[in-house]
Write a protein that binds this ligand. Sequence first.
Ligand SMILES: NC(=O)c1ccc[n+]([C@@H]2O[C@H](COP(=O)([O-])OP(=O)(O)OC[C@H]3O[C@@H](n4cnc5c(N)ncnc54)[C@H](O)[C@@H]3O)[C@@H](O)[C@H]2O)c1
Length: 308
Amino acid sequence: MKILVTGGAGFIGSHIVDAYIDAGHDVVIIDDLSTGRIQNVNRGAEFICANIQDAEVEEVFQRHSFDVVNHQAAQMDVRRSVEDPIFDARNNVIGFINILQNAVKYGVKKVIFSSSGGAIYGEQDYFPADEEHKLQPYSPYGITKLVGEKYLFFYALNYGIKYTALRYANVYGPRQNPFGEAGVVAIFTKMILENHQPVINGSGEQTRDFVYVKDVVKGSLLSLQQKESNIFNIGTSRETTVNTLYDSLRKAANSQIEAKHGPAKDGEQFRSVISYKKAEKELGWKPSYTLEKGLEETIDYFKKYELQ
Ligand SMILES: NC(=O)c1ccc[n+]([C@@H]2O[C@H](COP(=O)([O-])OP(=O)(O)OC[C@H]3O[C@@H](n4cnc5c(N)ncnc54)[C@H](O)[C@@H]3O)[C@@H](O)[C@H]2O)c1
């Protein structure tokens, strides 16, 4: 298949590109390198440095006849979305509509969308949340992911494009950016390995569902086979406190360094964990990495590639 991966120089997008190329697909990437890195880009893909909001994106659709668009490009920092919701919406809503308009115009059959199981449900009523849980995002970022799903519904209804929306839990693994505000595993890993003291926001008793990037990528591979439009949670159903995550990382890295605690951040819910039962039944997806194994691989990667 001929596939456009937006955000293909980023953390998750670059792993998806690798997997698609390994599976024999023809891949084009659009990425503006705002948080992505050129060294993540697979040499087997055609790389176009562009912003998804720009008119020049049309030329890419015109030149290639894409079967599928896998949309990963986004502003993905919850806190930045709280501070600058206009920037967030321009990237995550207007940018996505630009991609969808071109998808319709140039006959794309299917769109795979990276939604968020961590941000879309808000403070949960029950644990783990399934896809039927009420949608009450606590941040502008979560709102844009919900809006993205609604636009997909509109485009499917009116233009017959099929879609798969994958609501990722907290994804971690090699190539995650350790410099931003998002991506707690990457930030803690780099600090622990460099012997700096990390800051845990709030009590550290907030929980997250940490899913390894290689498991997440399988969701994008399996979605290519889906004939009907659908929405799936991609998480582990395992709830881990940030304090426990920190201890597991320290243990895996053989470090004694204690974290300190800072104030809790706006826009983030306290507990988050999602059920993958629907994905298991209808997509054939389930996680295969334990947190311990995923953290081990992540630490190995950071030791090799991220330390000065
Ligand atoms: N990391 C997570 O835990 C997580 C959880 C849920 C959903 N997601 C979603 O998964 C997707 C990938 O996230 P990630 O963690 O790999 O983040 P990332 O920042 O590494 O990747 C995003 C990529 O998109 C590019 N990009 C951003 N804005 C762009 C624009 N306007 N035009 C072109 N390119 C642009 C960036 O340069 C980057 O390469 C995002 O849509 C994010 O919202 C991530």
